[in-house]
Design a protein around this ligand. Structure first.
Ligand code: ADP
Ligand code: MG
Length: 730
């Protein structure tokens, strides 16, 4: 009987084999590996090298001049340690190659003495210095090469403590790969990605890629391998996102909205300015979604001041034109109130048909729902919401609490999504009494580079407001190099003079009738300390730099009534200066405020600084943003300089991504389905786009991946079981 061809080994099968199946891995080593999250052979072969030692590219000791940084392959002669002043341990090793010898010096790394045993081979990387005429490297990077051969040696993350060395990992990986080969009784490794796709993107096979990433002969091979494996990671991620999007579309019944109805027309007629091109585009894209039976899930991305609120309002009016309601949810009470005020004034005079009496009209009704309402107010609002007598509910998280029921929620807008999770989005959708799902528009001013957006918001469609309304005077940003902590007093004359010049300009601005924000130093550790520091800043300004002006203080520990009162005084021009913690970060809109001072600006992130700066530049007068801060770190300096150089949120987002890496952007959203081990949204921007395109093509032809069962099975391996059920079983 002819034997069936045996199918190649899948990642799922590898995931079922414990590392203890390998030679030399007993319970102790297995436990140590488990600490590095390596439990099975899949974990092991995706435990990729941290870096590589290129033995073809090493210097000889005798060639090195003082100041050179280099990597040298050496043998340890001897190694000693002693205590020096202050109880520190100094380890001293003498090492050599065929050309000469040098010293290695390590401070406070006592374990080096056990690592650098005489006779061991190591690659050391560091800066050569001359010390009393001798060549020396201080605290170099050391890789023990062990008995690894080859021109390119992979270096794995290792744990000296638990006795796992890079050479061990290389050996175990090699054994795993060998045992998958047919010549050694294996069945080869499966490659579930369609051939045509690989060819089109010029990608190597998976088996080859896995071998080359662990056992390359050249750095070019590493790059080839990496490209394929990165593609796989991003393809899996994009497939999951695109499948989710399609599944939601399949399973949810939406409302077919009227677009271009009477309220929308009234709004357009009422606007004192024309829409920007970008606003037109976004509104059209949204209108197309609203007319479909499938509920909209769209992200509206637009820089601070780009005019997102108007787009949101036009969207909400479409729902009301069809007899439904709308809600807009903001992350803070200040912002919710701001929206409430803004939207009410924008919609003043608009009327809707009253359900109570035929042919009668009533004013369009916008109500605020936050936790500040009294019990009686809340009861009334809830009853009217349920009866459909409130058209737009503006609120905070209070909108998604128990007991809130809309008569018929047609559109839900979520502002500043970065503070809301996916769960809140779902909760808001579920608040409606009707069985149809509302259309959802998520707005964010946090500029996210496009590739990152594809990943973070990959299950949403995206509209971008990439154009500011005309007539804005650009904000001039100036960096004052001084400590922002005022009471310490400036550390040198120059920064004292810079600071005084700044305050003098600010006093002149106030003299001309403008208003000023002063953002207090950020204190991560405790709100209490932050409030104390804000109070100190306030007192100091009141008595020294801004003596004689009208100052208000806003921080998180004030009662809602106190906050309201202060905001109202500032809005109406009865305060010149608002001293505040970052509670004013989002949304506050006072066009007459033209000066933003951010103290200790080096402690804020780029996105946050950009948000804060966006509080000014909203009116006809020229605005200035003063960043007071010391450079401190190279990153801090780069951040402040970036703000000075650019007011373009998207450009800043790119800088931010370069400085911080993508970890913070992926954040919460990717938990549970993030298997990005090699891929970097920053380095691999292009591949993100390719993978997304590939995922869309695969899923559009085949919404449950029925024609690609191996690929579907592999996705399942990387997903939560509940997700897999929802996305792949139809
Ligand atoms: P965002 O929420 O995107 O930061 P807003 O919606 O708060 O921006 O709008 C900022 C300011 O710009 C508001 O005062 C708004 O009235 C105004 N605005 C919006 N669209 C336009 C436009 N097309 N032309 C002129 N001003 C506009
Ligand atoms: Mg806004």
């Amino acid at each position: 009987m002819a034997s069936e061809p045996r199918p190649p080994i899948t990642l799922a099968e590898l995931a079922q084999k414990p590392v203890t199946d390998l030679k030399g891995v007993g319970d102790r080593k297995a436990k140590a590996l488990a600490e590095g999250e390596v439990q099975n052979l899949l974990d092991l072969i995706t435990y990729y090298p941290r870096r590589y030692i290129d033995r073809t590219n090493q210097a000889l000791i005798s060639e090195l001049m003082a100041g050179d940084e280099a990597s040298v392959l050496v043998t340890v002669d001897r190694c000693t340690s002693r205590r020096v002043k202050g109880g520190r341990v100094l380890v001293n090793a003498v090492v050599g190659d065929q050309s000469g010898r040098m010293q290695l010096v390590f401070f406070n790394q006592a374990w080096r003495e056990r690592q650098l045993v005489s006779g061991k081979e190591a690659v050391v990387y560091g800066k050569m210095e001359l010390f009393r005429g001798q060549r020396q490297m201080t605290n170099p990077v050391v890789d023990l090469v062990g008995d690894q051969t080859g021109r390119i040696v992979p270096v794995y993350a290792q744990s000296e403590k638990s006795g796992i060395y890079t050479g061990d990992v290389a050996r175990w990986v090699a054994e795993t790969l060998r045992r998958t080969l047919p010549a050694h009784g294996g069945r080869g490794l499966a490659d579930p990605v369609p051939r045509g796709l690989l060819r089109r993107h010029d990608l190597t096979g998976r088996e080859e890629a896995l071998r080359l990433i662990h056992q390359p002969d050249s750095m070019a091979e590493v790059m080839t391998a990496r490209r394929r494996l990165v593609f796989d990671e991003l393809l899996r991620m994009q497939l999951a996102l695109v499948l989710r999007k399609r599944a939601i579309e399949r399973t949810s019944k939406g409302i077919v909205h009227i677009t271009g109805g009477p309220l929308v027309t009234q709004l357009h007629a009422k606007l004192p300015f024309p829409l920007t091109g970008a606003q037109h585009r976004a509104i059209d894209e949204i209108a197309a979604d609203l007319r479909r039976t499938v509920p909209m899930h769209r992200l509206l991305q637009g820089d601070v001041g780009a005019g997102k609120t108007l787009v949101a309002v036009a969207t909400m009016l479409a729902a009301i034109d069809g007899g439904h309601q709308a809600a807009i949810m903001a992350p803070t009470e200040v912002l919710a109130e701001q929206h409430w005020l803004g939207i009410r004034s924008l919609l003043e005079g608009l009327t809707v048909e009253s359900k109570a009496s035929l042919f009668a009209e009533r004013p369009l009704r916008v109500e605020l729902l936050t936790n500040r309402l009294t019990a009686a107010e809340r009861r009334r609002v809830l009853a009217d919401l349920q009866a459909g007598e409130i058209d737009i509910a503006v609120g905070t998280h209070a909108l998604i609490q128990e007991g809130v029921v809309f008569g018929s929620l047609g559109v839900a807008v979520i502002d500043e999504q970065h503070r809301f999770g996916v769960e809140q989005r779902a909760a808001l959708r579920e608040r409606s009494r009707g069985d149809a799902q509302p259309d959802v528009l998520v707005m964010t001013a946090t500029p996210i580079p496009r590739t990152a957006a594809m990943t973070v918001y990959g299950d949403l469609d995206v509209s971008v407001l990439d154009e500011l309304p005309p007539g804005r005077t650009p904000i001039v940003t100036r960096w004052v190099k001084a400590s922002g902590t005022l009471d310490e007093g400036p550390e040198d004359l120059e920064s004292a003079a810079n600071l005084e010049a700044m305050w003098a300009e600010i006093r002149a601005q106030i003299g001309e009738g403008r208003q000023v924000y002063v953002v207090c130093p950020l204190i991560d550790l405790s709100e209490k300390l932050e409030v104390a520091s804000a109070e100190e800043t306030f007192d100091r300004l009141l008595n020294v730099e801004l003596e004689g002006f009208r100052l208000g203080l806003l921080h998180g520990r004030l009662t809602p009534a106190e906050k309201d009162q202060t905001m109202e005084l500032f809005r109406s021009g009865r305060l010149d200066v608002l001293v505040a913690t970052t509670v004013i970060e989002v949304g506050v809109d006072v066009p007459n405020a033209t000066v933003m001072v951010i103290l200790d600006a080096d402690r804020f992130g780029i996105a946050q600084l950009h948000q804060l700066r966006g509080r000014v530049g909203r009116g006809a007068h020229a605005s200035t943003c003063w960043l007071v801060g010391e450079a401190g770190t190279p990153d801090g300096e780069a951040r402040l300089q970036a703000l000075v150089d650019s007011t373009d949120g998207f450009e800043l987002a790119e800088v931010d991504l370069d400085l911080r890496g993508e970890g913070t952007i992926l954040g919460e959203r990717q938990k549970g389905r993030n298997d990005l081990k090699l891929a970097s949204l920053r380095r691999d921007r292009e591949v993100v786009g390719q993978a997304r395109q590939a995922a869309i093509e695969l899923v559009d032809d085949d919404p449950l991946l029925a024609a690609h069962p191996e690929l579907a099975a592999e996705l399942e391996l990387f997903m939560e079981p509940a997700d897999a059920e929802f996305l792949l079983k139809g």
